[in-house]
Design a protein around this ligand. Sequence first.
Ligand code: MLT
Length: 249
Amino acid sequence: MKIDTLLSPADLPALARRDLSGTACVVFDILRATSTFVTALHHGAAAIIPVSEIAGAVALRQQQPEVLLAGERNGVRIRAAQSGGIDFDFGNSPREFTPEKVRGKTIVSTTTNGTRALQACAAAKTVLAASFLNLAATADYLRGEEEILLVCAGTGAGVAMEDVLAAGAMVELLTARVDVRPIGSETTETARQGFAKLKTDIASAIGLTLNGRRLLAIPELRDDVAFCARRDVCKLVATMQPDGAIRAS
Ligand code: MLT
C-alpha cells in the first residue's frame, strides 16, 4: 500500500496532470464540507452533487427543480443576492441536515474548498468524501487499495490543520494492521506525526485552527466544531460515483 498526502489546495491543479486511474483519493474537508456530506447521507439523503461554482448549482436546480441547494461562501449560507435570485435551502453546517429535511433528497452543494477538492479528484479510480465522523468505515473500505491519495481540501488557498489531522488519523488507522507495510511520502509522515501529537484532544486542537476559531466566533455555527470532531458516529462510506454524485455505501 502506498499512501501519499496533498496537504494544501495549492497542489490540486497538478492533479490534472497525474495519472489517478489506479488511485483511491480520500478528500477531507473537516470544517465542514465532507463532515456535512457524511452527515446528510447518514440522515438518509439520496445523494450529494458537489459543484465548484454557485452558477453550476443554480443551473442544476433549473434542470432538476426537485434538488435542494446547499453551500456557503465565507462560511455562511448562499443568499439570493449571490445566486441570481435563489436563497439556498441549506448553508454548510452539518447540524442543518436533519433526517426530516434530507431523507430521500438529492442535494447540490457548492462550498469554497471541499467541493473543489472533490472535483479535482474526479478522474481517480475511487473518490471518497471522508471525515472524523466516518473515519473507521472509510479506512476499512480502503484496506484493499494499493495506491491511496489523502487530499486535504484546505481553507481558501492555504493548508487547514484540521484536514491534516484527519489525514494523519487515517494514516494511523491504515498502518495499524501488522500485515500492511505502507510506503508513505514525506507529507504523509507530516500528517501522521501531527495527529500523533494532538490526538488526545482532537476537539480542542480543531478549535484552535483558523477555521475552528472562525466558526467558534459565530454563535450559530460554534457547535459545528465539536460536532465535526466526533469520531466514527457514521458507519458509511461516501463514494463519488461516475455520474458525479456522492452516495453512501
Ligand atoms: C469549504 O468547503 O471551504 C468549507 O467547508 C467551508 C465552510 O464550511 O466553512
